[in-house]
Ligand binder design. Structure first.
Ligand code: WT7
Length: 648
């Protein structure tokens, strides 16, 4: 593997923090050899109302149930117990608006706000198990809404503010959400995102929503529908209401987060209360080893799993202070991250390789404007980090001494699964490797047939045993849950990534092995984009794939065949872009749309997406059979030839 061989060297950063991996090894070994004792201890990171009967119930595998019959409330653990302790006046969040405003909210302040919103939700008729859709920008009401739902046992589903109207209505309909919590608008690059209008559009094709709660953020004029829409500030106006946290069973659902898979319909990943909370809090401690006085900055969006787990639940459960920033990392200037890091004395910064590569392009000049000496630890997430970006981050942002915690995980895993463990004696780091599994994680690299791959051989990464943070199921679709994650390799969890293990036992995560794209760290399904293209009047056939990109990892390329009656019409592509932007959202808009005469297909009519991609990227492999499983080698060769001619 190229990525690995180039980076055999072990960086000095590892040595500085390196206390030997003996502690890690013994903790890891204990987690596998004595799981009951191990998880029982790890679970004491939370306050439980009732102790579990069983650590892991696997009688209905793969529907694993952790801390069976344990009772708790995650909001209580994240908020109340700090609001009642010496942490009462400690900042839970230091929030920075895109325009530079600052708000600091203490644990006690968070407690008050959460109680008030919980109370308002109850008054609107929300009960345990009801679904709430949250479509908010990066403002403090976002964590408040998540916690207020968790407090009363309502299940929230957060939709990232970059999604469009049909993506939202699809999620509302699947979850049967009763309430939507949104804002009039949010700020992005100095402009206002018209969130309320997008919700109004989405609600045209839904029927379950009774009320829309609207936070006033941008202050611009929005339509409020009588009887349905309510201003947030009116709802919580008279309030210091106490709402008792509802006692939940460990495996009651906490939230549903939709993510892309290999079909057009997004998957509703369901996470529970007990296992999930134990997992995120412990993994944060193991990986980052935060101090009580640290300022932690997870610079992800709260609408993705990274934000759920490491802006909201893990740091709050641990009673830490988080920085939360509303806007774009290059607004008003490319030194925005460094400016905030200096101003607030950030100690741990956690961001994505795409953000690092974007800022790296602007050069060191913007970094040198700021004193980043408070930064002690760095982290990355969301996609593989290429060694040059790793080094730049380490040298320029980490003053050549902060270790980089490259955390590998997925929406489904709840929290980190492979990552260096600073809290357990950091291993020497190799740029581009997420190093070793977290305690309790038992990975294996398999070949296509399910045999264990050799050391150094690229394969598919799977897991031989469950862990507390793993998804409970897919909402409304338990069969798809079993099929998606446990059918490919019987009895093992598998979810679409290539990986290799080197001779030192380090894991290198090498990107997706399925029809899922990673564009600027966002997980997008090629089939979702194809479906959107096909739903337009003009498009007869569509194939979407990712093209490697130096900054974003990959960008979206679409090949389409236009229906006869629309041939020759100019500007079809820009109309399609507009349509995708409003339906699916701006993150889904293809960078390139190419019009073809025909697309290569198998005899059974399946479009050969990978053949198109290979020809387009000039990467036709010697062994073309790997390109398409349902066609003969001759068919594929013929398809390549004819498509090559068209492409010329
Ligand atoms: C996919 C999951 C993890 C939270 C945010 C993304 C890729 C994630 C890494 C990493 C290499 C990574 C994988 C994975 N990925 N982190 N450190 N190194 N690849 O969650 O949207 O569910 O995406 O992101 O391909 O399967 P997600």
């Amino acid at each position: 593997m190229k990525a690995q061989d180039e980076n055999r060297e072990v960086l000095p950063t590892g040595e500085r923090y390196h206390h030997g991996i003996a502690l890690y090894e013994s903790v890891y070994r204990e987690s596998l050899e004595n799981p009951n004792g191990f998880w029982s201890k790890a679970a004491s990171i939370l306050d439980w109302d009732r102790k579990w009967d069983k650590i892991l119930d696997d009688t209905n595998a793969p529907f694993y149930r952790w801390f069976l019959n344990g009772k708790l409330n995650v909001c209580y653990n994240a908020v109340d117990r700090h609001a009642k302790s010496g942490n009462r006046n400690k900042a839970a969040y230091i929030w920075v608006g895109e325009g530079g405003e600052e708000k600091i909210i203490t644990f006690e302040g968070l407690y008050r706000r959460v109680n008030n919103l919980s109370n308002a939700l109850i008054n609107l008729g929300i009960e345990k198990g009801d679904k709430i859709l949250i479509y908010l920008p990066m403002i403090l009401e976002a964590p408040v809404a998540m916690l207020a739902a968790a407090r009363i046992g309502a299940v929230f589903s957060f939709v990232f503010a970059g999604f469009g109207a049909s993506a939202i209505s699809e999620r509302i309909n699947d979850a049967k959400a009763k309430i939507v919590i949104t804002a009039d608008g949010g700020y992005r690059n100095g402009k206002i995102l018209d969130l309320k209008r997008t919700i109004d559009e989405a609600l045209v094709s839904t029927s379950s929503v009774q009320n829309v709660i609207v936070v006033r953020r941008s202050g611009h004029q929005v339509e409020m529908e009588d009887g349905r829409d309510i201003w947030y500030h009116d709802l919580v106006r008279d309030g210091s209401k106490y709402v008792a946290p509802v006692e939940l069973e460990s495996n009651d659902p906490l939230f549903i987060l939709y993510t892309s898979g290999t079909t057009g319909k997004p998957k509703g990943v369901v996470h529970g209360n007990g296992g999930y909370a134990v997992w995120v809090a412990n993994t944060m401690k193991w990986a980052f080893n935060p101090n009580d006085t640290d300022r932690w900055w997870c610079a992800a969006d709260i609408g993705w799993i990274t934000g759920h787990s490491y802006i909201v639940f893990a740091p709050l459960i641990l009673g830490l202070t988080s920085i939360m920033y509303e806007g774009s990392i290059t607004y008003p200037s490319p030194d925005r991250l460094w400016d905030i890091a200096e101003k607030y004395g950030v100690n741990i910064l956690y961001t994505s390789p795409t953000a690092i590569r974007t800022l790296m392009r602007y050069g060191e000049k913007y970094v040198k404007m700021h004193d980043l000496s408070t930064i002690r630890v760095l982290g990355t997430v969301g996609e593989p980090i290429n060694p040059p970006a790793w080094r730049w981050y380490h040298e320029n942002i980490g003053s050549s001494k902060a270790p980089i915690i490259d955390t590998y995980w997925q929406t489904e895993t709840g929290g980190f699964v492979i990552s260096p463990s600073l809290g357990l004696g950091l291993p020497p780091l190799k740029p581009g490797s997420a190093t070793f599994p977290m305690p309790g994680i038992d990975p294996v690299i398999l070949d296509e047939e399910g045999n264990e791959a050799r050391i150094g051989e690229k394969g598919l990464i799977a897991y031989r045993r469950p862990w507390p943070g793993m998804l409970l199921t897919l909402h409304n679709d338990p069969e798809r849950f079993v099929k998606t994650y446990f059918d490919r390799f019987k009895g093992k969890y598998y979810c679409g990534d290539y990986a290799v293990k080197d001779s030192d036992g380090y894991y290198w995560l090498l990107g997706r092995a399925d029809e899922v794209l990673k564009v600027a760290g966002h997980r997008l399904g090629t089939i979702e984009i194809e479906d959107a293209l096909l739903s337009s009047r003009e498009v007869a056939e569509a194939a979407v794939f990712g093209k490697p990109d130096e900054v974003k990892g990959e960008v979206i390329v679409a090949f389409i065949v236009v229906k006869n009656e629309f041939r020759g019409i100019s500007d079809i592509a820009s109309g399609l872009r507009k349509q995708i932007k409003s339906e699916l959202g701006p993150i889904y808009v293809p960078e390139e749309i190419h019009i073809a005469e025909t697309l290569p297909k198998t005899r059974s009519g399946k479009i050969m997406r990978r053949v198109i991609k290979a020809v387009f990227l000039d990467e036709v492999p010697g062994d073309v059979s790997t390109l398409e499983s349902s066609a003969s080698v001759d068919e594929i060769r013929a398809a390549i030839e004819s498509f090559r001619k068209q492409a010329q």
